[in-house]
Ligand binder design. Structure first.
Ligand SMILES: *[C@@H]1O[C@H](CO)[C@@H](O)[C@H](O)[C@H]1NC(C)=O
Length: 635
């Protein structure tokens, strides 16, 4: 069983977690070095969960209701924490593959004429899953088994990962679910010559699944010549199922280094360029605005402020200079603000470093879940950044309850995320989905949190509080200044909603692609684009927050701290709105558990996104405000 296996992994992950030397062990990277097979060598075929775009509820391959044929010696493949969280459950299988040995006589899975008898109830279960378009996900030598697809426009061939477990055509007069009980396994190999012998590498796996009558299987005529009509319906009563397979080894020119290219084929690579151009236009527009309004206005302001004082005593102040004695007045809820900023800094570092790793190509697509694992490890380690940032900001805002500040920083946001996660897990357990994270993994996560993340946070906070408080460039008065009535569009919420739309606008096409890959089970592998978009996001968030704060300061409203956070952070609100649109337009989830799962994860994503962007907005504004107020003369 794999939970104990995992707990041993968990212990290792814990001990290794912050030590970069052992990072490579904490999540091993299969598929980074090629594996050579000699002729007739055994090639393993591993099976992963069955998935469906229509439900988001994966099922274990060996979930008892499927009655899939089990191998004689069952073993569960070791997996990284990220894979487990992402729902992967890899097992070995009863398929016997030998390098270069074609099998063309309908080999029966599980040995001589092995037939599985599926009772009435489980037949119904299988029929339901076929109707929900469930797909098999197999792996050979770390490569996913795919179906060969053609694009509509160019008729270019590409691999679509996974293949259908059955066939169901709802448009037919009397639709019936058919089970794919025969597989033609086509494996592409590449020949390499070593000093003595010929060696072979797996460079592609394509499966042609068929639904054929049991008689054809028995008569050993289940090759590709079988007529197109499906022939093995799942009937309402008891079903006797025999699984058969043929294996074909095809020589290929594709070299091992490029074997993923077919899989990573994006439907339309131009869409990424389109997304980048869209983002760049928004950035240029914003930067133009900043340049025009801000710099010119600021220069004028500064010139005036600094000359008026010299001429005579009767200096008449106006605009943002008026609030110099209040602009650094600590905002309300400074505890919450500093906690959010600490967590935002943590997320920022995590995202940036993970992207660097991904762009440099450390995260091979064949090491499944490595992205999640790496992100999680960085997240835990960067709790120190959270502690430090939160402490420094809190001290700057003259907060006094430093103990509470450290504890809240370490527990509030991770706690909210963990609570949502645990809640969603109950739904998965209820639906008997294999994506439900086992108890041992939960324990490992809690252990990571309290044994690594919490101490790291305290460690950071210690240095944060020890550092001298950030000095403000201008003094703050005892008595707060009255804020004159503000125009409607500068209302806190309206201004934030207007501001947030720009960062969102800069990224929404890439967001759409990411959502497609998360919910559509596609491989997302354009981290170069992603980091470009991330950079653009950071720039837009900063610009929008600074611009809005400038408007506010000009109309003598000096509460910029929360506002800058909200202005940029509002983009997370749009991300959530967008996920609702995506749900109604693109996804066809018809059951309740899937819907809850989808919105649960969307909520988590949007919250994290808000905190991240809000933090960027705040710090950009902080730098801006300090800069402009330190360049004016105040008496
Ligand atoms: C195995 O099958 C493939 C595909 O049909 C064929 O090209 C190849 O020649 C076969 N190999 C042998 C040894 O028969």
């Amino acid at each position: 069983m794999w939970p104990p296996r995992f707990s041993s992994f968990g212990v290792r992950a814990l001990t290794a977690v912050c030590a970069f030397a052992s990072l490579a062990n904490a999540f091993y990277l299969p598929g980074v070095a090629p594996r050579d097979y000699t002729e007739d060598a055994q090639v393993d075929l591993n099976v992963n969960v069955l998935t469906s775009d229509e439900t988001l509820l994966p099922f274990d391959y060996y979930y008892e209701k499927f009655h899939h044929v089990r191998p004689k010696h069952e073993e569960n493949k070791r997996e990284s924490l990220g894979s487990i969280l992402f729902g992967d459950r890899l097992h070995n299988s009863a398929f016997e593959l030998r390098m270069l040995k074609n099998v063309t006589d309908c080999k029966v899975l599980g040995g001589d004429n092995f037939v599985t008898t599926v009772n009435e109830e489980d037949s119904k279960f299988i029929a339901e899953r076929i109707k929900e378009q469930y797909q098999q996900n197999w792996f050979v030598d770390g490569l996913p088994a795919a179906q060969l697809m053609e694009t509509y426009q160019t008729e270019e061939k590409f691999y679509s990962i996974g293949f259908a477990m059955g066939q169901y055509d709802a448009k037919k007069a009397n639709p019936q679910p058919y089970l794919n009980n025969h597989y033609d396994i086509h494996i592409k190999y590449h020949e390499t010559i070593n000093s003595k012998q010929k060696l072979y590498r797996v460079v592609g796996v394509v499966i042609w699944p068929y639904s054929i009558p049991a008689e054809a299987q028995k008569a050993k005529s289940c090759g590709p010549d079988t007529p197109g009509e499906p022939g093995f319906p799942i009937t309402a009563g008891v079903n006797n199922i025999m699984y058969t397979y043929n294996v074909y080894w095809d020589k290929s020119d594709v070299s091992w280094g490029t074997r993923w290219d077919h899989y990573l084929y994006t439907q339309d690579p131009q869409i990424h360029w389109f997304s980048i151009i869209n983002s760049i236009v928004i950035v240029l527009m914003l930067s133009g605005m900043i340049g025009m309004i801000l710099l010119r206005a600021l220069h004028k302001d500064l010139a005036r402020y600094n000359t008026f004082g010299d001429e005579d005593g009767s200096q008449e102040d106006f605009g943002w200079k008026l609030v110099h004695a209040d602009v650094f007045r600590p905002p309300t809820h400074r505890m919450l603000l500093s906690v959010l900023l600490g967590n935002g800094a943590q997320l920022f570092c995590m995202t940036a470093i993970t992207l660097v790793f991904a762009v440099l190509g450390f995260l091979s697509p064949s090491s499944r879940g490595s992205l999640t694992t790496v992100a999680l490890i960085f997240y835990v380690c960067f709790a120190s950044v959270a502690g430090y940032t939160s402490a420094r900001i809190y001290k700057m805002l003259q907060g006094e309850f430093w103990r509470r500040n450290v504890l809240t920083t370490a527990t509030l946001i991770p706690g909210v995320i963990f609570a949502i996660f645990a809640f969603l897990n109950f739904f998965l357990i209820g639906a008997h989905s294999s994506a439900a994270v086992p108890f041992s993994t939960m324990l490992a996560l809690v252990a990571l949190w309290f044994l690594v993340s919490l101490p790291a946070c305290m460690f950071g906070a210690y240095f944060g509080f020890k550092a001298p408080a950030v000095a403000n460039p201008v003094k703050t008065n005892q008595i707060p200044r009255q804020i004159p009535p503000q125009p409607m569009y500068l209302n806190k919420w309206i201004a934030s909603l207007i501001g947030g739309i720009l960062p969102f606008g800069a990224i929404f096409i890439e967001l759409w692609l990411i959502m497609n890959s998360i919910w559509g089970g596609r491989v997302y592998y354009v981290f170069g684009f992603l980091s470009l978009v991330f950079t653009i996001l950071v720039i837009t968030c900063s610009e929008v927050a600074v611009l809005m704060s400038y408007f506010h300061l000009c109309s003598e409203d000096y509460y910029w701290a929360w506002r800058s956070f909200l202005t940029a952070g509002a983009s997370g609100f749009y991300v959530f709105l967008y996920s609702i649109i995506y749900y109604t337009r693109t996804l066809a989830l018809d059951n309740f558990a899937s819907t809850v799962l989808y919105f649960g994860w969307s909520l988590v994503m949007s919250i994290l996104f808000s905190i991240l962007t809000g933090t960027v907005g705040f710090f950009a504004t902080l730098v801006f405000v300090r800069k402009i107020f330190s360049s004016i003369k105040v008496d």
